[in-house]
Design a protein around this ligand. Structure first.
Ligand code: NBY
Length: 833
């Protein structure tokens, strides 16, 4: 099937019906004919697979229609390249977006199957670490919903993000074998494979015209095989495609062994090449210097670019119009080798001269940066790159050479400046700076929140900003209201629906119409009832996962995100200790549940220690009769998309307390505010824009600003000097140090106390007094239920700016230059339901 299928009357689709009888029939058929089970013997998982197969038929049908329309209409396409997609469960999201959730639930009920019971058996597709991966998933959903011709490209990891168990208070990682029961949502495309080469050497050919052409020869070849995941837009609109690549050994895997007659060895060794797509690296904030990681990056980039160029040529577009017909977004630097790979394909495979290839490449690519932290910036040793990707290293040298010549011309004599700008870092044993390659090879570079972009321009990319100021733009992140409101919070959705018209689901700007209801008593009361039910739902899950019983009539105070020093889970933990001590001292303290959730990178010992200390403090707090149900502390294990959809709607207070200047944006902050939690936060990332949107009286802002943090650091004040800034801080830290909360891990607590007192690189102690004050302020407001509900409802109504649809429109208009191409009704089934 090519992209240019001519309209052939024999290929007209006869759409499947989407009414309850039609669905019932399809589900029963799928159970017998695809799953292979007698309905009398079917397990809940069999039913899950049967319904998924029945729905997949309908989603792929719409994909075919969408693809045909894009081919017919000569659209410009957007390609999103990301190493990570944190998708979560697909059944409910696909049903809802296709507009057939309720009718499918009905069909299942007719068959005697409970939708909720089977839906929770689906494994999360956790092909990502955190915010960056979830953002990619939200962007794909929004591109489909708004009708943009968007394609996602990534890796089909056999094992996704590890499963976190808590054993003896500590995190233990278990492999995430998410494909073990098979995956009804993927369409394997064994015919869509591309060879990807590693190692080998470059042979230069001197042409008669004086040009040199290069051939990359020998080395090892791996095949990238496509798996397609159709992604439905909300309510019977477009279906876009996410294409994930899996590594397969080439058919005649290792000729050497074959020739030596060692057939068994040749077959056994095929495993090695297939390890490339085996596992997601579970690091969310440090670059991974491993050869396998570099191979993963190049593997999916090369396959994706070959596929993109193939599609372009199949559509019979001239190769030099590539950048007119396609835009490619790099999700951080992980796919930045694409700049060199694109040049290689244009130069070596399509014989385009350098200057023209370079113009195409630069117009094609744009790059999103997600962090300023030095340890997260990817650099590869030149020697490694030369060995694994010799042709690319040569191309990178030339890109760098031409770039430096250009700046030398514009800024004569500034040798230090050139050294700093160079793609090659000469000071740390010659390394390739992937961020420099990405900036030089892109026409736009964006940060993900206003503060982040402005800090990017002042620090990390200050030199580049001097060379090309117009290249740097901001695109503040957003979240999809379909998952994070409609699916996660049906109660609040219904409440909004009962007050304003329903177009807010596509156009979150319309949520503004809900604002007047913040001062309506009945709406506030209904809001509190919704919150209460959401808390009951969460309390049941907490009990199931941890055995801890929590009340549903108290404040739920949540910090849910990856565990990292800069995110400052220790700041929240100190506050738990403060409350504990105050209750023990007989003070009257507002009852609350503090809930933490998040994974630590397996090699990040400090983060793992923080999890252990949280769990040990929680254990003492939760078992102390003196607390009398006024304080419970929960570490919710294995935080993932599906648990986020339960936790977020139940939250009252959203902890966004990173050290200012370190959190690029945050997106959990947006999800929580959209669900009516008030933020307690620093002036960091998108918190600033959230404050501007909701109003300073509806958010609790505290602590040092990014500038103050820099100034404070420069002063070199020892952290211990802050112990008297708050009446209890000293005794809290001492309790930790002396092992009051330790369950045998006394040494660990002493070490954490020492770390705070002597190092405290993220200024936990310096910000503590301000934080404690802000918490007290939140507590006071919470005691006035009407005031709190009003502020919470204003948060909901004022979140329109944080819709991912706005984010995607900004990318489309300011960076990609693409327009929506909605597949308009009549959809195949438009008249059947
Ligand atoms: O991206 C996050 C930022 O921390 C957060 O502030 C922002 O809202 C979000 C979306 O823009 N970054 C993030 O999640 N990063 C990673 O997950 C990540 C993954 C892998 C690597 C580095 C960072 N790596 O080097 O392999």
């Amino acid at each position: 099937m090519t992209e240019t299928t001519p309209p052939n009357p024999r290929h007209r689709l006869s759409p499947l019906t989407c009414d309850a009888p039609g669905l019932r029939q399809s589900i029963r058929d799928a159970l017998v004919r695809v799953v292979g089970k007698d309905p009398d013997l079917a397990t809940p998982r069999d039913w899950l697979h049967a319904v998924s197969f029945a729905i997949r038929e309908r989603i792929i049908e719409r994909r075919v229609v969408t693809r045909r329309q894009f081919a017919d209409e000569d659209v410009k396409r957007v390609y999103y390249l990301s190493m990570e997609y944190l998708i979560g469960r697909m059944l409910e999201a696909n049903l809802r977006n296709m507009g057939i959730l309720e009718v499918t639930q009905q069909a299942l009920q007719d068959l005697g199957v409970d939708f909720r019971e089977i839906a929770r058996l689906e494994e999360d597709a956790a092909l990502g670490n955190g915010g960056l991966g979830r953002l990619a998933a939200c962007i794909l959903e929004s591109m489909a919903t708004q009708g943009y011709p968007g394609y996602g490209y990534g890796i089909r990891y056999e094992y996704g993000m590890f499963q976190q168990h808590i054993e003896h208070f500590r995190q233990v990682e278990h492999p995430d074998n998410w494909l073990r029961f098979g995956n009804p949502w993927e369409f394997p495309r064994p015919e869509k494979t591309f060879p990807v080469r590693f190692y080998g050497y470059v042979v230069e050919h001197h042409q008669p015209d004086g040009e040199t052409s290069c051939n990359w020869e020998n080395g090892e070849e791996v095949l990238a095989m496509a798996y397609d995941y159709p992604t439905a837009g909300y309510e019977r609109r477009n279906v876009n495609n996410l294409r994930l690549w899996a590594a397969k050994a080439t058919r005649d895997f290792d000729l050497r062994y074959f020739n030596e007659g060692d057939y068994i060895r040749a077959v056994a060794d095929k495993n090695e090449s297939e390890t490339i797509s085996m596992v997601l690296y579970p690091n969310d904030a440090t670059a991974i210097g491993k050869e396998l990681r570099l191979k993963q990056e190049y593997f999916f980039v090369s396959a994706s670019l070959q596929d993109i160029i193939d599609r372009h040529l199949q559509l019979e577009y001239p190769i030099d119009e590539l950048a007119d017909k396609a835009a490619i977004q790099l999700n951080d630097t992980h796919p930045a080798i694409a700049v060199a790979e694109c040049m290689r394909l244009l130069l070596d495979e399509h014989r385009i001269p350098w200057d023209q290839a370079w113009t195409i490449t630069r117009n094609l690519f744009s790059y999103t940066n997600h962090t300023l932290m030095p340890e997260a910036l990817e650099t590869w040793p030149v020697a490694l790159m030369e060995r694994v990707l010799p042709r690319h290293m040569g191309i990178i040298y030339r890109i760098n050479h031409e770039f430096i010549e250009e700046v030398r011309h514009r800024f004569p004599g500034e040798h230090e400046f050139f050294r700093r700008l160079s793609i090659i870092d000469e000071d740390h044993g010659r390394r390739v700076r992937m961020a420099h390659l990405a900036v030089i090879g892109s026409h736009r570079v964006n940060g993900v929140a206003a503060l982040h972009t402005s800090l990017l321009k002042q620090t990390l990319f200050a030199d580049f900003n001097r060379v090309w100021p117009e290249r740097f733009v901001n695109v503040t992140n957003g979240v999809t209201p379909r998952l994070w409101m409609i699916q996660a919070n049906p109660g609040l959705t219904e409440l909004i629906e009962s007050r304003i018209s329903s177009d807010w689901k596509f156009d979150l700007d319309r949520l503004k119409q809900f604002e007047p209801y913040a001062s309506d008593d009945a709406t506030r009361e209904a809001f509190r009832a919704v919150k209460r039910r959401n808390k009951e739902r969460l309390a049941a899950l907490v009990h199931k996962r941890t055995g801890i019983t929590i009340r549903s009539d108290v404040m739920y105070d949540v910090q849910i995100k990856r565990i990292h020093e800069y995110k400052r889970q220790l700041l929240k933990l100190l506050h738990v200790i403060e409350l504990y001590q105050r209750i023990r001292d007989g003070e009257d303290v507002l009852p609350r549940v503090v809930l933490f959730a998040g994974k630590a990178a397996p090699g990040y010992q400090r983060a793992k220690d923080i999890i252990a200390v949280i769990n040990e403090v929680a254990d003492i707090v939760n078992h102390d009769p003196a607390m009398g149900d006024r304080l419970k502390c929960v570490f919710f294990p294995n935080y993932e998309v599906s648990s986020a959809t339960i936790i977020i709607p139940a939250a009252d207070l959203s902890e966004q307390i990173s050290t200012a200047g370190f959190e690029a944006s945050g997106t959990g902050n947006m999800k929580l505010a959209l669900n009516g939690a008030l933020t307690i936060g620093t002036l960091d990332g998108a918190n600033i824009e959230i404050r501007d949107a909701v109003g300073t009286e509806n958010i609790f802002i505290f602590g040092m600003t990014a500038d103050e943090i820099s100034a404070h650091r420069a002063q070199g004040i020892p952290p211990g000097a802050h112990l008297d800034s708050h009446p209890r801080l000293r005794s809290m830290v001492e309790a930790l140090r002396d092992g009051f909360f330790s369950n045998g891990g006394r040494h660990l607590h002493a070490e954490i106390a020492r770390y705070l007192l002597e190092e405290d690189p993220f200024f936990v102690l310096a910000d503590y007094a301000a934080y404690s004050d802000a918490c007290a302020q939140a507590d006071r407001m919470y005691q006035d239920a009407e005031a709190w509900s009003e502020a919470a409802l204003l948060n909901v109504a004022r979140m329109s700016h944080f819709s991912i649809d706005r984010t995607v429109r900004e990318y489309a208009q300011n960076i990609w230059n693409v327009v929506p191409e909605p597949v308009l009704p009549p959809c195949p089934e438009a008249d059947t339901n």
